[in-house]
Write a protein that binds this ligand. Structure first.
Ligand SMILES: [Zn+2]
Length: 347
């Protein structure tokens, strides 16, 4: 692929050491059963959209202002954000100024959600959040997700601020993810600091296997003022994740001046904890196992600490106070197992 972030190789520094041991870790076992405490939302009223594009709702105020977008269901089984968008639509929310776009992204994958197999509806053919670049949009590459990206991209061309609502498979505290630009970092820090319990803010340059929506050039370039960040609201199917996505949405729309700001806590919550991703650890084998069930946001104090085995390789932390971002406790070979991040002073 010719997109810049597909060429980007973020794994650098000595974190991987070949062991002399004859004993290999056991192969990956199956995923544990995750409880579905929140059922999927009923989107039948909203799936047609209001502008001729399925799942897309635009609302225009008479007062001028920014074009603000909220996206949910990038991944079909991450529906906490879809609950929040459905709630905004049910309540007939209208922007005070500017334009508001509420977008259910991967409705095709969401339609396949099966509580008996809840992890299988992340996408239909490929991960939609690896396809957001002009080269791919204009290429001959095709899939259910690619066609949907082609439908949505023209909307993104006029968006000034975007919040992309996601959630996580492995239970972990919420986090905002943003790219490396100062403008997006500032947006994520401002939102985080206003939460009753500020989520971690993680800056990274994206994934090796393709750009996320927040990495789309309009948002990732310093030549535009457009900003974007992504919320990982918590575990996919827990009620707290819907609450966190709801709080983030209210704060975002208040911050952009589209809704009246609603104070959510009596006292300022304090600065966000910020980290910058330095390494992306890929599973080179099907025998990638962590030394314990790490959660996203865990900090490993000592440099050189063993955190995982990947077949015959040991994975060790490259520096002290190394933060683990979104560890995937059952990574498939070739997939990201964890990102390592350095804590920094907040903006
Ligand atoms: Zn996601």
């Amino acid at each position: 692929m010719s997109c810049a972030s597909r060429r980007h190789n973020p794994e650098r520094g000595v974190i991987r050491v070949r062991t002399l041991s004859e004993t290999l870790p056991p192969p990956q076992t199956q995923l544990p059963q995750f409880r579905i405490a929140v059922p999927p939302p009923d989107l039948s009223r909203w799936s047609a959209g209001n502008c001729g594009i399925a799942g897309v709702h635009h609302f225009e105020a008479t007062l001028p202002g920014p074009h603000v977008a909220l996206t949910a269901l990038m991944h079909g089984n991450e529906y906490s954000g879809a609950h929040v968008l459905a709630d905004l639509l049910t309540r007939n929310i209208r922007p005070h100024r500017g334009r508001l776009s509420l977008i259910f992204l991967n409705l095709a994958a969401f339609a396949r959600f099966d509580p008996q197999k809840p992890t299988l509806s992340r996408f239909v053919e490929e991960d939609m959040n690896r396809l957001w670049c002009a080269d791919l949009v204009h290429s001959s590459h095709t899939s259910v997700e690619m066609e949907r990206v082609r439908e949505i991209i023209p909307i993104m061309e006029t968006v000034d601020a975007l919040l992309d609502l996601h959630s996580m498979l492995w239970p972990s505290p919420p986090a905002y993810l943003c790219g490396l630009t100062e403008k997006s970092h500032a947006l994520a820090c401002t939102l985080s600091a206003a939460h009753p319990k500020p989520p971690l803010v993680v800056q990274d340059g994206g994934h090796e296997d393709g750009p996320r929506l927040i990495d789309y050039e309009r948002f990732a370039s310093n030549r535009t003022g457009a900003t974007a960040c992504l919320l990982e609201a918590g575990q996919h199917w827990r009620p707290e994740s819907v609450t966190t996505a709801h709080i983030a949405t209210q704060l975002f729309l208040g911050q952009m001046g589209l809704l009246s700001p609603q104070p959510l806590c009596a006292t300022p919550a304090g600065p966000a904890r910020c980290a910058v991703v330095t390494h992306t650890v890929l599973a080179h084998s099907s025998r990638f196992v962590f030394t314990r069930a790490f959660r996203s946001g865990d900090v490993v104090k000592k440099a050189g600490s063993l955190v995982a085995f990947d077949g015959q390789d040991e994975i060790r932390t490259p520096y002290s106070n190394c933060l683990l971002v979104l560890p995937n406790l059952r990574p498939m070979r070739g997939h990201t197992a964890v990102r390592l991040a350095r804590l920094v002073d907040s903006a």
